[in-house]
Design a protein around this ligand. Structure first.
Ligand code: OGA
Ligand code: NI
Length: 375
């Protein structure tokens, strides 16, 4: 092969929008319910063991940390300390006073609800393609035997803009694309403020953090959980940790669904009106060598109401090299993770089904058997 051809191929590849991972097409859950609200096919039914009903710990919900972004961003020491504790002990916190306008959140919720109510033929115009997770459908399905989640989703890469597959951005309802753009750019601003506070409490020079996120990769996923006739038998979303740096999630106001792993049990994150739920992703766990935890979480469904949630995953760029920061390692805290190219880590994880935190093994050093960070 001549050099010219190589260069040509390279240029073509660079201009193409990258893909992330294939997923096996599966039935649309909203349609299953539409056709027969009482039916729960066997492929969705989980064992009691997997559901861990005995480990339900709703009494701890009120202890999930709540952080005031206005205080945090002006460097308030108590609030920074709260953030440190939240990242160490919970991996999750709710953010209030974030400045994202109520009207904008409402527009997002109205437009998304309208989109999911469209006939399936209309939504299928934006269906995920077989080799990638962008679009409308279900991701992380890797085998015909896998037990499926009781949810559908619309997943779009929002940044960098040249990664967008605009043909998969819904044109109905009118204005939905603009609302997605406006909402995600506001939440991006919140994410930058949180990242700046994180670099402060991680005692990391801001340029290190910014260096990994010069051209952040960002995915926006709208999760749709239809009601389920037997919610105690299914999961809306399998237990997993997020491969992101941080994730910012807006939930419906008055419906529980998100549950997080804490002290061996499952704690529901009760929605606070207008708050954003933020969680530490795998990247922060790796950077801090396990000091901050990327905590496992899942979504449950309920009998009478649908639930929609809006997750913005903020990630390093594909070429960023992620490894524990030097000052996080010492004799008591030996290095747990090896250096990974972020794009490789992400794609390796996405090729697997969501299964707790097993995917972080991709970055685990072989000799580290303590698994401190792997809670
Ligand atoms: C996710 C997620 C939780 C929820 O999208 O990664 O964890 O409550 N969502 O929808
Ligand atoms: Ni998640």
């Amino acid at each position: 092969m001549s050099l010219n051809v190589d260069v040509e191929e390279l240029v073509t590849e660079m201009e193409e929008v990258p893909t992330f991972a294939p997923s096996i097409p599966v039935p649309n859950v909203q349609e299953i319910v539409r056709n027969n609200p009482l039916q729960v096919p066997q492929r969705y039914v989980r064992s009691n063991e997997e559901l861990e009903k005995v480990n339900h710990m709703p009494h701890l919900s009120s202890e999930v940390p709540v952080i005031d972004l206005a205080l945090l961003s002006c460097g308030n020491k108590d609030e920074l300390l709260k953030l440190d504790v939240a990242c160490k002990e919970w991996g999750f916190f709710q953010i209030v006073n974030h400045g994202v306008k109520k009207e904008l959140v409402q527009k997002m919720k109205d437009a998304a609800a309208e989109f999911f109510e469209l006939p399936i033929e209309e939504k299928k115009k934006y269906a995920m393609e077989s080799n990638d997770i962008q679009g409308y459908g279900q991701a992380y399905v890797v085998s015909e035997e896998q037990i499926l989640d009781w949810s559908d989703a619309l997943m779009l890469v929002t940044c960098p803009t040249r990664y967008r597959k605009l043909r998969l951005w819904p044109k109905t309802p009118e204005g939905f694309m603009d609302v997605i753009e406006a909402y995600t750019s506001e939440v991006r601003r919140v994410s930058k403020e949180i990242q700046s506070s994180l670099s402060e409490i991680m005692e990391t020079q801001k340029h290190v953090f910014l260096g990994l996120h010069k051209e952040s990769l960002e995915g926006f996923r709208v999760n749709y959980y239809p009601p389920c006739n037997t919610p105690e038998q299914v999961l809306g979303l399998s237990p997993h940790s997020d491969t992101s740096t941080i994730t910012l999630l807006m939930q419906d106001d008055d419906i529980n669904g998100l549950e997080i792993r804490h002290k061996g049990g499952w704690v529901p994150v009760t929605p606070i009106s207008d708050a954003l739920v933020v969680n530490v992703g795998d990247v922060i766990q790796i950077l801090t060598n396990g000091r901050y935890k990327s905590v496992e979480h899942r979504a449950v469904t309920n009998k009478n109401k649908k639930r929609i949630s809006y997750a913005l995953f903020v990630c390093p760029e594909d070429d960023a090299e992620v490894e524990p920061l030097d000052h996080m390692i010492d004799a008591q805290n030996p290095k747990l993770y090896q250096k990974v190219r972020y794009g490789d880590y992400l794609r390796q994880s996405m090729k697997r089904k969501m299964e707790g935190k097993t995917h972080i093994d991709v970055a685990m050093l072989e000799h580290s058997d303590t698994r401190n960070g792997n809670n």
